[in-house]
Every structure is written in structure tokens, then in C-alpha cells.
Design a protein around this ligand. Sequence first.
Ligand code: URA
Length: 275
Amino acid sequence: MMQSALDLTIAELEKIRETSDHLPRASKNALAQLQSTYSAVASATVTPALRQGRRDADMLPGKSRLRHTESNKAHMLGLVRERVCACMNCAHLVRSRIQTVFGVGNPDAEIMFIGEAPGADEDQQGEPFVGRAGQLLTKIIKAMGFAREDVYIANILKCRPDMPPRSLGNRAPTSAEMQTCRPYLVEQIEIIQPKVLVALGAVAVEGLLGTRGAMRELRGRWHSYSGTPLMITYHPAYLLRNQSPSEKRKVWEDMMQVLDRLGKPISEKQRNYFL
Ligand code: URA
């Protein structure tokens, strides 16, 4: 339906361009863009939800899955990234940010790690988890047998929460900021369709599930985000503040559950590993 409507529109515009004195008001460039957007959508499996004209953000995994091919995931993510880059939804964050921080990694990743929001380092570099907490996350990912490029890393918020002038550190996102930004993450998850989600810390849990709870009760157990298995674990920044080996070991045990769920073999060395 969508395909034939677009085909007809494009054919009609081309006919007018070739036969009429009045050129249609669509450039070749615009037509090419239309065509490429159409190709990306058409090569996904179109579900009843899409036929009803719902937006991507409403198509939650498990409810009505669009099955994207590997090659168009990057394209679809690129379109969301463009909207995030131009986002002006939170005027205070638009004023304070250096840049938006979209997400990084494999568009076809099996695992997606979700943090809370960019900090100062991420705001500077435009990539999530590149500061001290990010270095610890990278170490965890490597210990699991992956490279950073194999997984996908994103945050609930795409802008660094603003801070009073000359103050150091970062602040947690507000519930209102999370609600405003959440649809972008929902779209990222829908496009990537990871086998497992990992929520890092209580803020990520609130952003994803809309619930607040004690991390000691939430972590280490399987939850579900719209049909996708969700492991909750401590945020790496918590491990930097609390250097207790037992807390670090808990995170590692949570990650071994993730490996198990993915059907990855866990070596003896990995079983005995301490972060
Ligand atoms: N903490 C987060 O939650 N996200 C980042 O990107 C960096 C630090």
C-alpha cells in the first residue's frame, strides 16, 4: 500500500517534470531521499501496526515487531540520530549541551546497555560512556568476550543534564526529562531488537520501566521490557564509588547470567573473574 502510493507519487512527479512547463516542486534530491526512505521501510516486514500508520516509537518489541534487515538498521538509526541532533524539546538542555549523545555500537547488536545520561566527558566527545564509568563498562564488556563495537550502548537521556555554572560533577535526569527523551530510546531498541537489554542503575530502570525500586532487590534478576529480557545491574559509577569486591562480583554475576541467556559458553577463567 505504502509502496504503491510512493511509486505513484514519484512517477506522477517525474511525468510532470518531463511533460509540463510548470516544474513540480520536488528536487531530484528530495525524490532520491523519498526513494531511500521508502526502500528502508519496505525492506522491513510491515506489521499491522505499521499499516495502521503508527509511528516507530509506538511499535514496541514483543507487541508488534518490525523485523528490520541488518543493513537497514544502520539507516533507520541514522534517521533517528538526525532527529535527536536537531531536538529542541528541552530548552534548558539545548542551551547547556555541547552536543547530543545518541548511542554507539553495532546496529545489529545482541546486547544493548542502557545508562542514564551523558556526563561532561560524553557531552565533550559525543559518545556515551567514555569517561571513568565508561572505561569500567568497556572492561566489563571485554571480560564478557565482546568488543565495544559488538554491543550497543545508549542512554535514557541524549543530552547532559544541565549544571549550575562553574559546578563540577553531573546530576541525575529528572522524571520529566526522561519522559521527554524516552521515545528516542524506544525507537533505538525497536530498530536494534537486541536479544538482551542491560539497565545500568536505578535511573535507567526508571527510564525504561517507569518504576523506582531498591537496586539490591532489582538487580541480578530477569525483568522484561516489552517482551525483551532485561537484566538490571549496578551502574559502573556506583562501583567506582563503592570499591567493595563483593559489589563488583555481583555485577559480574549479572553479566554471566546475560552470557548464559545468549547461549554463550562461559570459560572457567570467566567464572572465576572479579572486576
Ligand atoms: N553515565 C551514564 O549513565 N551514561 C554515560 O554515557 C556516561 C556516564
